[in-house]
Design a binder for this molecule. Structure first.
Ligand code: ZN
Length: 356
């Protein structure tokens, strides 16, 4: 197996860049490693108008290092305020609409109880070809009871998603951050290039719940959807390995301030951007499918969103390294990435690195 690989500069199909000091700290990290990214809209307040997305884009571009051509692709949050007219207005500038399950993750309280209630907006999206990005989990059932958090994705895949796809057969859908065998089974059967696609995070490829509970609960790898059993993780790895054109990388990099991440009720979200490209490469190497890496990281994502893959390249070399420090914002707040030797599982070593 080769120990260097050169690929087109990656595309992150799912990233949280936050706002303010956190945005200024993490945007350059993403811009260095990714040519372009689909930027999630769950800031506070949520991005649910074309105008807000334009302002947010400006804030991101101001944080991109000089000479770097990183392109943030903006999305809208499917809140109850989002109208079909706004979808129409967003054509050309807005690359997708994100749906969060009510109450399930960071800033997800503005959404519909069920995606199926958003009829007029979904109809318009189907008509204009605007992709729907799904956080596919059921958190609260119709009796307002919390579902088992390890079962939320399976419930969404078996109950809600088939109804959604039946009702809007031409709607472009991306199932974000697949974490379970149920999601993988569904995508293997129904995935279709340009129509029904899915993303995979480095966190769900790397970990299962043994690590999440290794020596006590590990906030650093706490995210929604939760990392699941080793069998689930194997299924996620299986589908990555197949090199299907409708499966791509989405880091779901989601930094939180140290104080929130390590509080007794730790914030959902894993900060992956400082290590994501390297971890994906390591896992594809382990799986013996480095020949599939470029499509997964750099081609399939842009194709779905109708943008050109990058003309720039990056080279990775097989060489061990560790991440030991936090990223520190200009307000002095620490953001700890996964795999970190201080707050991670201990001696995590990453086997690939980006050549400087
Ligand atoms: Zn996310």
């Amino acid at each position: 197996m080769s120990d260097t690989i050169t690929i087109k500069k990656p595309f992150d199909a799912h990233v949280h860049l936050r706002r303010g000091a956190m945005l200024r700290a993490v945007t350059p990290i993403t811009a260095e490693r990714f040519a372009s990214a689909i930027v999630m809209p769950n800031t506070e307040p949520p991005i649910d108008t074309v105008e807000m997305a334009a302002e947010y884009k400006k804030e991101i571009l101001a944080a991109v290092p000089v000479g770097n051509s990183f392109e943030p692709l903006m999305t809208l949050y499917l809140t109850k305020n989002l109208t079909p007219a706004e979808i129409e207005k967003g054509v050309g500038n807005i690359h997708g609409v994100k749906s969060y399950p009510y109450g399930a993750t960071t800033n997800s309280q503005w959404g519909y109880r069920s995606i199926l209630e958003a009829k007029d907006v979904l109809k318009k999206m189907e008509e204009v070809g605007m992709p729907l990005l799904l956080h596919g989990e059921v958190h609260l059932n119709e009796h307002n009871e919390e579902e088992d958090p390890y079962d939320g994705e399976r419930l969404f895949i078996t109950d809600i998603l088939p109804r959604l796809l039946d009702a809007y057969p031409r709607l472009k859908v991306s199932l974000e951050h697949m974490s379970s065998a149920s999601a993988v089974d569904f995508m293997e059967k129904n995935g279709k290039e340009g129509q029904l696609v899915a993303t995979i995070t480095p966190t769900h490829l790397l970990y299962d719940r043994r690590q999440a509970f290794s020596g006590g609960y590990r906030p650093l790898i706490h995210m929604k959807p939760l990392v699941k059993t080793s069998a689930d993780r194997e299924r996620v790895r299986d589908i990555a390995k197949k090199g299907l054109p409708f499966i791509s990388a989405g880091t779901d990099s989601a930094p939180h301030p140290e104080g929130k991440k390590f509080s007794s009720c730790c914030a959902f979200g894993t900060f992956t951007s400082p290590v994501a490209v390297e971890v994906y490469t390591q896992i594809f190497d382990e799986l013996g499918c480095l020949d599939k890496l470029e499509n997964f990281l750099s081609i399939n994502g842009p194709r779905f969103y109708g943008v050109e893959p990058s003309k720039e390249t990056i080279t990775l070399v097989k060489k061990d390294w560790q991440t030991t420090d936090p990223v520190v914002t200009d307000e002095g707040v620490n953001l700890w990435p996964i795999c970190n030797t201080v707050h991670g599982l201990g001696n995590e070593t990453i086997h690939w690195q980006i050549a400087k």
